[in-house]
Design a protein around this ligand. Sequence first.
Ligand code: C2E
Ligand code: MG
Ligand code: MG
Length: 408
Amino acid sequence: MSATAALQAIDSVLIVDDSGVQRSIGAALCRELRINQVHQAEDGVAALALLDSLPAPPDLLIVDLEMPNMDGPELLAALSARHLRSPVIVASSRESSLRHSVEDMGTALGLRILGSLPKPLTQSGLGTLLRRQPGEMPAADETGKATPVDPEELRGALERDEITVFYHPQVEIGTCRVRGLEALARWHHRSLGWIAPDAFIPVAEQHGLIHALTLRVMDLAMAQTAQWSRQGLDLSIAVNISPLLLDRGELVQEISDLQRKHNLRPEQVVLEVTESSLLRELAVALGVLTRLRLRGFRLSLDDYGTGFSSMQQLARIPFTELKIDRSFVHGAADRESLQVILRSALDMASELGLETVAEGVESLQDWKLVRQYGCTLAQGWLLAKAMSPEDFEPWLQRLRTHRVDLLG
Ligand code: C2E
Ligand code: MG
Ligand code: MG
């Protein structure tokens, strides 16, 4: 991405600062940088309320550290729980070491931290950061465009069956056997092409469409798994369950109905929930998850490490699997702090009798490290990107020829 392209991609910004003067300075600079929409909030609480009211999150957030009600670090944690994908800049008049530790905190939370700046902001400081590419820019798998999504269009897309499913294989690290696949929603838009889930799942959640979308994804994914099964491939299928759905007792019966309709065994179906989902309505969510587990479905804690589960919470919920977020996996071989987190998460999971999935295995180094640490399954670009069902069997053939390198 060229410098100008990086700047052009930003059309809207949210500046969060309790000082009106600092907000005005920031707003004026953003306008000079040709950012069209400048939103402002005086603290974290106001920022979250504003984000709820916007159809799509702004392309950039500038977050002050010291604010009443909810300070900058607290706001970053809340943004991470909401899976914010927009880049974030940390701004503060405090010492640079403090700014840097907040940057690290944000990155560890899975946010896209562009960097930090001293206040008052300057055009050159802001311009430099905006030209910088964050660790990972848009959505995974390169299928996505981070265009704002219109809820009515999404509703129409669901009605016209434009939402489909791509499949991301999960491979047993010890044997190189494919255990199963994760179903990932994809939208094939008539004019825009493929749109990634990070762009439309939050919109579906905000506009009451997530229930229909999830059932659609599950129906397609289970039908596909049943078809593979008829071809002699015994695979499990993992589906992402939005936190919003854990408030609904009916979910248990709906999932059971689909599983029976497609003639799958319940243990073939893995339901992935994120840590943040558990913090919402713990009692209700626990009830739903326990009932699903009683019926034999497997439960996976997704994006582990980006939220706040304690070991106690983990032990209380009948998970069968821990899925470690890719921010702790890819590149861990070169970073000791990531290794410590990764190893302790894997050790803990094995003590609790859980299976483990490492997400984001992009390189042979990542693969070797998670193997050395005793992780059970790997999912990542080293093995494959998420693919359409037609691509699965040819890929399986190719995997067989690469087994030697992976097992060696
Ligand atoms: P997730 O559930 O954590 O899914 C894993 C994401 O990481 C997928 O991106 C996958 O393609 C990507 N990924 C896996 N390995 C690698 C790797 O080695 N490198 C990189 N850079 N990325 C890798 P995707 O498909 O864009 O999905 C993003 C998120 O969208 C998912 O994260 C999930 O939270 C959400 N999502 C997708 N489909 C659905 C759905 O049907 N329902 C709900 N509620 N959420 C969904
Ligand atoms: Mg998942
Ligand atoms: Mg994940």
